[in-house]
Structures are given as structure tokens and as C-alpha cells.
Design a protein around this ligand. Sequence first.
Ligand code: BGC
Length: 836
Amino acid sequence: MTSSTHWTARFIAPANNTGASTGHHLAPLFRRNFVAGPVRRAVLHVTALGFVEAYLNGHLVGDEVLAPGWTSYAHRLNYSTYDVTHLIGNGTNTLGAIVGEGWARGRLGWEGQRENVYAARPGLFMQLELDYGDRTATVATDAEFVTSPGPVVSDSIYDGEHYDARLEKPGWSTPGFDASGWAPTEVMEWDLSTLEAPTKEPVRRMEEIPVQRLITTPSGKTVADFGQNLVGWVRISVEGAAGTTVTIRHAEALEDGELATRPLRTAKATDSYTLRGGSQEIWEPRFTFHGFRYVEIEGYPGALTPSDLTAVVIHTDMTRTGWFETSNPLLNQLHSNIVWSMKSNFVSLPTDCPQRDERMGWTGDINVFGPTAAYLYDVRGVLASWLRDLALEQRHKGYVPMFIPNFPTHGDPKTTAVWSDTAVLLPWTLYQAYGEEHILADAYPSMHDYTTQVEGLISPNGLWDSGFQFGDWLDPDAPPEYPGDGKTEPHLVATAYFCRVTEVMSQTAAILGRQEDEKKFAELSAKVKQAFRDEYVAPSGRLANGSPTAYALAITFDILDDAQRERAGEMLAALVSKAKYTISTGFVGTPLLCDALTQTGHLDHAYRLLLQTACPSFLYPVTMGATTVWERWDSMLPNGKVNPGGMTSFNHYALGAVADWMHRTVAGLAPAAPGYKRLRLAPRPGGDLTSASTRHLTPYGEARTSWQINEDGTFTLDATVPEGTTAQVVLPLHPGKLVLDVGPGTHRWHYPLLEKPRYGLDTSFGVLEEDPVLWESFAGVFATYFPGVPLDADSPEARSTTIKDMLNIIPISPTGFVEAIEQVLEEANASSASTF
Ligand code: BGC
């Protein structure tokens, strides 16, 4: 069923229900009897303006939750299709449905009560097709359906669901039920050409998590801790008197031992269940979801035990495709947190966060997280579907809005770099991951229109220097209340990103055989790069706005010439070490930082950054017990207080974009051609890691790397190269610096490690300088004792000078100088593979 002309069903709603916005709506029940004979096949199509559960003869149909998912409903509304042959009986049958608010009618956005964004009434659409072999019949939503209030008293994504079991109508969707008191329905207007079969997987219940511990808080409340920040809801088991109400409040963190609900902003995140009374009752909500690790239970009759509560984890039912593990447990926990934040924020679409009054398809977040997402899960379905919404919204509005699906907000900034750039960069990311050219072809009109539109926004000199920009959003040095007020000039970010966008456009046009566009965008890219250099780059490679983010952008987006790039790498490494390897980048700089350091020969700095645990850093949240990636580096402050900023989610995947570098560099598995047709296996051991491994299900099959530094001083690399692909293998720490070309199959290399020099007073400056971290520490000690005296390691004489030679030249060695140098040498000797 693809075209509206095949539909006999119409959307129906309770008659005389205007849907006036009066707070939360109750979820109406709908039903209708029909007569059927023995069918060969029965297929049910269902959708709604709101969440829908369909029933046939008392059976819930299918296992989807939060159907029909979120798309730009005004343009396209998905319907679900189920084979229900087994549920059809001979004689009278009953079709039923419950319709909740969902995204169509519930409040959306952070600006308070914006309800009924897509529709004012709970519209239900069902078409049951009965195939008798020799004839067909259709039962479809029409005014023959009747409706009634049901036990779902109210439901809201942000605020939770309230269910009164005393209002249940046993047997309401079975033929024998007496529906004489039910109210009429009427057909409501909705453009049926918006109906589409889904191209993404539905949201399902994916896992269940038991309570880890029950806590009594300082104020005497009962709180259950599931030990994992997650997205879904709680199923409760309860027995008690009719009319007793159990209330469940959700939160991601505790502050002073109590639920920390301030980060939820206006979202109440509260479910309640009123008992029908009598025997054991088991209930879970159906038309809401929450982001939580802790729940506070109030009004539970009798003694609550851990087994009375189960967390039900939901997300889009994507196939897992990526795994990663190392010898460092903190790093493994960081990776697990990234996977959990991805699951939590793929509930029908890629969202920013899953708990507060947002949960929207923020474009910038998936732009930076895209490569990681495409490694961890098969996201073709969910992201291609979302990109179609992006293109439709773009065509409708004339620009790429900051979140998709979009609805009007105050001061909508229209086109913003990084965020709107997703129109070009996400299709490119998906093409790199899956190698399917149609991804680019399908997105091309949107990519092209976007780039051309921004071309019209830039100044004649090529700089994107006007309009609102988010910049390096959530730079840790920005004040908590002004997350866009970071160190990096927002228009520097915008122009750098436009260098990248135009380059990708030119490459895309080349792949699609559009030579004119290829040339046009290459020229535009060259112009924007030149403008960036003229405005921000000194001939030496030093940047005018010299933040780590600015350097990371200039290096990874290939804006500098070779000499400038090397100098920029040194400047970046110096900034990173000056910050003592804590993080000082936001959404834009963080995903690029480790690559920028690695590409310019500062792998050690990248590892030190990755393995730092002081606040702010990648691992600081892990040391604070985080089980998902936080929106801010310090969403929870070292003193256990929740960050006072309004943007304080504990479940944002954006800063987890570093996993892409971990997969490609730490474990060393990267595509060398789109879709992994060719692989590059080039692990870069470093830090204190003694092993790392990764697996990825490429379109050709499983690829794998696994390396280990063995206690006997040897190194082992195991690799799997899928059928139909080839790989370039760069053996790390190899005495002969071997680079190989291999075909499909499993491979093992085992060799003695390249010997690491032992540093002492006899070591020459040349050798010291080859270890950038050691050289920096050595130069630091020298500068402390001899301020202003230059230290030369570049001339051939200086390179062969040993530390001892230097000490002999110095007339009087200041007290503590030699000891300080010896300490630096000892530290370098103690660190493992950090010089490789
Ligand atoms: C969201 C972000 C988003 C940002 C836009 C926030 O409220 O949670 O992740 O990208 O707004 O700057």
C-alpha cells in the first residue's frame, strides 16, 4: 500500500471532541465489530495522530512501542503493518485501539506548553484487509467505530502516564463486550498522502534491568537504583486495596541523597498507577518514556522488594554492529557509556537527550556523533528516514532548521553551522560507513540546496561571518548559563565547517558524475579556505583565535599548508599540555581533538587527554560513577552537586564522538574506502594500555582487530578481513616498521617489540626530542631553572649534545636542577609504549 488512492480508511476521532488544549488528554478507546469467515490472509495497517496500540479480539497486535514513531507528520506519517491472520475468528470479530498523546498532540519543546503541534484530536487510522482467496474485504476506520474513555487517565512524553485500573473495561476489544454506552466517532480531516510505510525499524522493548538496591533517602523516601542510566519505564508488581495509588518519579542522578529533578526542567517524569484491588497487579506505562537511573516510589502498599520493580529499556530496534575493549577498565566503561547514550537517544529518531523537556532531533548532535553511531549500530534505516524529514522540512522552510522534525520556537536562528551542516555531512558519513551511492544520490538535492544557500550567506571575501551561531557549544570555559559563550569565535567555527562542507560537496558531485558541481564546489571550497587563512592564520601556522577547537578544526579540515599544519599541531599539543590534559573543548572541538593530535604526530598527547581523570575530562564522569555520557563534562561537579546550568543532562551522546577515534586509532580499524571495501588496520598503542580490540560488522561481514603487548616483550596483532575486501596493515611497534597488504581471512602477527630507549644523562637532545612528551617536560624544567634562555634541539650539533654535555657547559648548576631532570627521565622510562 503506497498511495492514498488505495485507502478506504479515514482518520476518526471521538465526535464533538475539539481537542481544545486543556492540559493532558486522556487516551480514548475505540472499537468496532465486524463479521469474517475463514481467511487466507489478514493484514492490518495502523497509525494515529498520537501513540497507538491496536487490538484484535482482545489481543494486542504486534510488539512495537511508541508507534507510529516520530517523523515530520505534516509531510509523512508512518503506519505499521501486521499479519493478523492468526487472530481472525469465524463470525463476529472486534477491532480496537487506544490512542495516546504522543508527539502529535503532547507538549513539545523547552518553552512550556506547546501542545497539539501536529493535530488537535486523537486521530485513529486502521485498515484491515481480509483475503479470502476468491475475494477480499476491508474493515476500515469510519464512523461505525465507537469510543470511550479508558484507564489511561492522562499521558505525556515529558510528564508521564497516569493509569486508573478501576476504569478498565474488561473485554473491551472482544465481540461479546456491551458497548451500548460508548460515544460516537466521526471522520476527521488528515491528508492521506502523508501516509508512508516505515523505512526505519520500530521502537521496541529491548532489555530488562533489575533493581540494584533500594535506598531510604535522608528525607525518608524510598528510591530504587537500577545501577544504569537508561531510557524506558518501570514495570511494577503490586497488591493492595482498590483506589490505592502508587507514584513513580524518575531521575538520572541523586543530589544530597535525594532525586535530582532540576535537570528535567519542566518535565514531571512521573507515572502513577491506581489499583483495581484484589489480587496481584502488574503494570507498566505505554504512552510515555523516561530517562532515569533512579525512581522514587510513593504510596506502595506493603513492603516494597527489589523484585517488585523492573526497568524496561526501549529504543529503535537497530542491529548492533560495533564493539570495543581495552586493558583499561575506565576506558571500557567510557565506551559502554557511549553505547548506552546512543541507545537512549535513538528512540525513533536521533535526539539530544531523553529526559528533560526537549528529546528532539537536534541536528548538530547527530552531525558530530554520526561516525560513532554508524560504527556501533546499523543506522541506515533510522538516519535515512530522518534525513528525508530534514530534506522535506528544508524544502518547506527554505533552510535547514536546528532540529528535525521541526516546530516553531521563539527566535529560531534558522541556518547555523555544524547544526544545519548535517544536511551535507551526515549523508557523507553514512556513505563512508555503508558505501551505498544511493545515500548520496537521494540526499543530493538537499545537500546542494543547503550549500548554495550558505554560499549566499557568506561575505564576498568567503567568510561566514554573520548571523547567530552556536559555536563550540558547551566549551567547559563558557559560563554555565551561556553555553555558546566559549573561547572559540563562533564565526571561525562556521567558516571552518563551511570549508569542510564545500569540500564534501565537491567530492559527492564527483562520485555522482556531476562535473560542473564538482568544479564549482571545489572552487568555493578553495575560496573559503583562503578566506579562513587570511582572517585567522598567521603565515607560521599560529591561529589568531588560538583555542584547541580552532586548531583542531584547521588541522582536521585540511585548511593549512604542511608547514603551518606542523606548527599548528605543536601549538595544539602545547595548549593541551598547558591544560594538564584536561578537556577545554565543546561539541565542535571534542570530536576532532584526538585526530588533530594524532595526525600531527602528538599521539601521546591524545592518549594523555583520553586517559585523564581530573575534571573536566573524558574519564572524569566515569570516576564519578557515570553510566552514560553527560551533556557537560561536569554535569555532576566534583563535590557531588549537579551543575547549576540549565543544560545539565546526564545522557547526551555528542561528547561520546571520541569513540570514533578509539575505534580507528586505539584499536586501529578504519575504512580505507567507502563501506569498508578496503580497510586500514593500523592500531596505535599508547598510554598504559597493554591490549585493545574491536569488532565491526561491515557490509561485507565481520572485521576485527585485537592487539596485545605481551609480558615477554613481544607484540601480537590478530585481524579478520571480511570476504570481498582487502586491507592495508600498518604493524605498530614493529622493528622493521612493516606495512602490508592482505586479503580476506584471519591473520596473526607476532613479533618482538621495537626496543624502547632507556633515558639517562647520556641521552642526546635529538633522542629526547623524538619523544614529544618527554621533550616538553625536559624543556619545562630547563625553562624553570633558566628562564629566558633558549633551548636548541634543531641544529645537528645540538641534536648530538647529551644532557651531561650540557651540564658540563653550564658554569653553576642551580640546586635541584639535576634532580628535576632525573625525575623527568625516570617518569619517561616508567611509561609504557608512550614513545611509539
Ligand atoms: C540541546 C543540544 C542542542 C542545543 C543547541 C540543547 O538544548 O540539548 O544538545 O544541540 O540545545 O544548541
